[in-house]
Design a protein around this ligand. Sequence first.
Ligand code: NZQ
Ligand code: ZN
Length: 391
Amino acid sequence: MENFTFYAPTYFAFGQDTENDTGKYVKRFGGHKVLIHYGGGSVIRSGLMDRVKRSLEAEKLPYIELGGVRPNPRSGLVYEGIELCRKENVDFILAVGGGSTIDSAKAIAAGVPYDGDFWDYYQGKPVDEALSIGTVLTISAAGSEGSPDSVITKEEGMFKRGATGEALRPKFTILNPALTQTLPAYQTACGITDIMAHLYERYLTNTTEVEVTDRMIEALLLTMIHEGPRVIADPDNYQARANIMWAGMMAHNNSCGVGRTQDWTSHDVEHELSALYDCAHGAGLAVVMPAVFTYNMNHDVMRFAQAAVRVWGCQMDFAHPENTAREGIEALRKFLISIGMPKNFAELGAREEDIEKLAHTACYGNGGSGVMGGFVPLHQQDVEAIYRLML
Ligand code: NZQ
Ligand code: ZN
């Protein structure tokens, strides 16, 4: 295990009706004037927004609203939000919705006190200062509710990139699993896929002797394999949704990623797809992960074989561990298809003729160095080969 520091001071309120305490938490964490940020309207249709507003009013907290965040959130609305918050003297950003809304809220929170262009943070500048953020989560997926990260797409060039910094960790997060019961099955499955991807990105490490985090990741993957099909079959299953919701948070607040190198190739390869074709991030990952893992398998066959045996219940082939490794990747692919995820480029709406451009942007776009991947260093021709495996 490598040296690390870990400080993840988000306050979580988990369970039925916890959204009714939102106002109390905004006050506890120092908010005086709130921007409520939300997406395309699901939170209005479900009645959640009314409950959140009532809880702010009960604490006599003034608020303004900015909706319209779309999945794969864009820079245009972030600039608008920054201006609005400055004009209205907002000091607290409350995201009500999914990862896209939370990420847009984080970008606004970072941009308000910053003199330069907020996009600097999405080109590698760490976020050291931001307005306070609180979240009411409505989909288990991105893990942004407990992470110091935000992913935004810049409309000019369609670069989808991440920013990171401890100032972006939400001060509090409301997790009521019942709020996810209104999700379409497809979005639920996209979320499950994303959570599993966050676990695999950490599992694929070059650090040895990381038994504790290996075992934590395996436990969370097993939970997703158990609860995923249950919740797809029965969307109102509160307990299954509860387990998925907490797993989604733990998968990405980095408690399972400390002290080890991490990969993030699948995410970097996927972000080009959701930037260009506007597909759901989780759906993109379902197609990307088996391709990336197949391409990288020979770098550490035993790591893939370990996942196959411990997570997917495969029999270890000691004479030919590569067979076991391959079987584990195939089990993941079949599982993702079984919950309704796409299996190839065509089903995702991606085009073969774009492959060179996708690989070039992934490696060199937005000031990229030409090399990606924390597990295996990959160049443009490798990334092109990975996209071809998805055809
Ligand atoms: O916009 P509304 O109307 O709310 O509808 C959303 C949206 O259409 C809908 N939805 C959410 N909760 C619902 C609901 N519909 C009915 N009932 C509910 N309870 O679901 C759709 C998807 O929402 P979105 O916020 O886009 O989903 P998700 O949480 O998967 O976020 C995806 C974004 O997060 C980024 C992804 O790249 C993508 O842009 N990521 C952010 C990370 C982070 N900040 O740490 C890490 C991740 O790896 C990921 O890259
Ligand atoms: Zn993700």
